[in-house]
Write a protein that binds this ligand. Structure first.
Ligand code: PGA
Length: 247
């Protein structure tokens, strides 16, 4: 299995930000892991052009579940594929919170992504209150059961475990806590999709940075990272790519 370093730029970046990608590719032209950036939708086309013939993969941060139609402001999977996206992040906690996305909607979107031949990165994670109440594994189990599309395989599904309280806060779970969730996820996925579960990349996300990446990548069943803030700077994301390549 090839590990995956995925950057999620969220609502950050303009055309000028593409200089960061130039710097990233100059310093990491051929990493041993896969390297993906999901910029805002306005930059997918340009980033895909810049990534052509390089090791960089380009993805989107969301999509609509329907193929086309009267959905003002939304983008279909076919549109994202048309401009060069190969991956789509789905069910990020900020979408679940800001836009009320449910597991059922996340699954419908993920279904559209895999049906179109793209790769779905399905995000799940517990809140602070859920962890404090000892509900982490039950919350995550429910989310994964409800969000995984039919026909998911190691080739078209990536799962990102992102504790809501660790996103953008600088706080991370202990390595033992990450290990517990990732091993639980591997088993739960095996029940859902069978033997292919062994090859599904399980990413950890939430305040991953150069200083903690090596330790996190040594945790069993951590096959990469979904990186927010630290993916905006080529030096930081490059250091995370290098740590994953060495893991
Ligand atoms: P962060 O975000 O790295 O800024 O904590 C992670 C994410 O939301 O994917």
């Amino acid at each position: 299995m090839k590990k995956l370093a995925a950057g999620n730029w969220k609502m950050n970046g303009t055309k000028a930000s593409l200089t960061e990608v130039t710097a990233l590719l100059a310093n990491h032209p051929a990493p041993a892991c896969e390297m993906l950036i999901c910029p805002p939708a306005t930059l997918i086309d340009r980033l895909a052009e810049a990534a052509r013939g390089t090791a960089l993969l380009v993805g989107a941060q969301d999509c609509h579940a329907k193929p086309q139609g009267a959905h003002t402001g939304d983008l279909s999977v076919a549109m994202l594929r048309d401009v060069g996206a190969t991956h789509v992040i789905l069910g990020h906690s900020e979408r679940r919170t800001d836009h009320g996305e449910t597991d059922a909607l996340v699954r419908a979107k993920a279904q559209a992504v895999v049906d179109a031949g793209l790769i779905a990165i399905v995000c799940i994670g517990e809140t602070d209150a859920e962890r404090d109440a000892g509900k982490t594994l039950s919350v995550i189990g429910t989310q994964i059961d409800g969000s995984i599309p039919m026909g998911a395989t190691a080739a078209n599904l990536v799962v990102a475990y992102e504790p809501v309280w660790a996103i953008g806060t600088g706080r991370t779970p202990t390595l033992a806590e990450i290990a517990e969730v990732h091993s639980f996820l591997r088993g739960r996925l095996r029940g859902l999709i069978g033997e292919d579960a062994g090859g599904v990349r399980l990413l950890y996300g939430g305040s991953v940075k150069p200083s903690n990446a090596t330790d996190i990548f040594a945790v069993p069943h951590v096959d990469g990272a979904l990186v927010g803030g630290a993916s905006l700077k080529a030096a930081d994301f490059g250091a995370i790519v290098a740590a994953l390549s060495a893991a």
